[in-house]
Design a protein around this ligand. Sequence first.
Ligand code: 8OZ
Length: 364
Amino acid sequence: MTTAPDLFGPVRLGAIPLANRIVMAPLTRSRADADDAVTDLHVEYYRQRASAGLIITEATPISRQGKGYAYTPGIFTDLQVERWRKVTDAVHAAGGRIVIQLWHVGRISHPDLQENGALPVAPSAVKPEGMAFTETGFKPHVTPRALDVAELPGLVEDYARATRNARHAGFDGVEIHAANGYLLDQFLKDKTNLRTDAYGGSVENRMRFPLEVVDAVVAAWDKDHVGIRISPVSPANDIAESDPEAVFTPFVAALSERGLAYLHVVEGATGGPRDLGGWDPRALRPVFKGAWMGNNSYTRALALEAVATGAVDAVAFGRPFIANPDLVERLKRDAPLAEPDRATFYGGGAEGYTDYPTLDAAAA
Ligand code: 8OZ
């Protein structure tokens, strides 16, 4: 007799063994120091959440140019690597697993966040609606500079170097951020990619740069330590694609061929509705032969069912992990979840970051 997979039971994502199928989704919290490095506060924050089957770190710039928000920690200097090492050691000592999310924001930046006030870069010079979070407040996005084709190999190398840095920092793997309207998503989608060279136009051309990045990251480690996050239908950061099925079916097939450890899918609008009424990216489940990590507003009931039916192999919870460091235990007991304070989501110190108690601590 076989039993249905269990949310609270173990699973392997490529080479990464998880004690349970509950994943802490990447969460930007903007608490890095003046060197764009994590601190002892991050060590404590991630250690508190190590009972997750897997932690995916906050989105982490692979280069100075990849930065688009104030106080986000990078993985491109020796100091940053040294500091992340303390985080991975603490998570491992607590029995957890942790991968780092590799990030380049592309056009979702601002000259104030770039070296020497440079323009943000993107596949094409298309200005995003919305505001950038800088050290001196929110500022409207600007028209980015379209990347020259000659610059692309250097960007690919930035991803590869970040991957090597992640290995040195003791991570269990890396997740390539190809979601939410950032650089790789900007190449994939037709609202932001207006290029007429080998990196724009046809779907094959639009997939080219993201796949070069995937191949370089795999070459810098191996396929069993690499996952990727996509958000085929999310409008996050003013992005859009007129035919997501036509883009993401071949893209996910190409990822599957490469044998990546997992595919992390934002199902619906990031942080918003799961069902947008159009084509549903969950249709891609049979296209990807590795593990499928579902994300976006999962409830306990939905997560239990999605795992038991095999619709997903793991579930990534984001916001619930902010105020519930012991989320796994709370879900196990079907205990109430604490509500996070929005005012402390981004920036600041320990308040609203490392001071949310576990259920047992709150009861004591
Ligand atoms: C919220 C605030 C800042 C960044 C993403 C990295 O959407 C983010 C992010 C989310 O993937």
